[in-house]
Ligand binder design. Sequence first.
Ligand code: TXA
Ligand code: MG
Length: 351
Amino acid sequence: MKRMETKILKVSPRYPEVDKLKIAAQIIKRGGTAAFPTETVYGLGANGLNPAAIKKIFWAKGRPLDNPLILHIAEINELGALVKEVSFQAEKLISKFWPGPITLVFKKSFIVPDEATAGLDTVAIRMPANSIARMLIRLSECPIAAPSANLSGKPSPTKVEHVIADLLGKVDLIIDGGDTPVGVESTVIDVTRTPPMILRPGGITREQLEEVLGEIRVDQMLDLKNGKPRSPGLKYRHYSPDAQVIVIEGAPKNRVKKIKTLLREKRNQGLKVGVMCVDETLKMYENIPNVLSMGKEKRPETIAPNMYNCLRGFDLKGVDVILVEGISERGMGLAIMNRLRKAAGFNVIKV
Ligand code: TXA
Ligand code: MG
């Protein structure tokens, strides 16, 4: 397919203008593609029941065809038509966390096309908590299939500039609805198994899930370099900027010490280096250029909204190597570390 004209439409995230979203819904109804904000990251949407429309998503992102998509719904009563059954465990999660940053994997019904699920007999479904997204789905009168609105392999978009940088000329419309507050993708959980299994950590934490379900499992292949995770999207090099990324994990003082050593080495090789640290360690890098704090390690939910923007920002600055401090895996730290290790292609140093 050749480059196309992409409309950009600014919509208020608090008070979405219905007339504007009707334009976007028309595009979806006619089989086109529209990027829109959710509470996690921007998504690239198309009619989830229309195979030709779904193919446009894969084309625009350059996404491998064996990586299934999430179908987004606006109301609970839209779920029944898409799945075979809703277990008791699934129901508990839905009533506690929807709308919100969690995606449930069900056995799919016959109306869900193979193009959306990459031929699997399961389907991933989520109800986003973002007024623009919800209103767009309602007006489009169909479930919206939407992966993150980045080129395949790149960091997910948390600002409209990221979407524009990756997808201008490849999609019909980009809705500018401001920054996405959560900043990391939804948790993907398989509710066809007992106990349910986290396939991708995300915006709803493992601790929150355990509180509701009691026992849960976490896919052990998640962070294995050569493993095959059950969330197919996690097997690819992913979330990566152009620059090389190295993650340094360990106690704060040791991390900083190792990073300073690496900084010297890389600079001596003539490389331009960026550092991503946390508020707690920022002052240890006094007088060193290109050091950015992602947020507070103690409150990883403050890190998530900045992580992808920092990675992309260093690419714009022409940095060759990004040294990133690894953080504790408590709470949203689990999702953050999953993404950072993948961004690094598992180039992780433990100190
Ligand atoms: O927060 C999010 O989930 C964002 C926003 C836009 O909603 N979407 C998103 O989509 O992150 P995507 O396509 O970038 O990631 C979807 C993940 C992939 O890892 C994919 O392999 C997995 O969900 N997935 C989708 N369908 C699945 C299925 N039937 N079984 C297992 N994993 C599935
Ligand atoms: Mg993605």
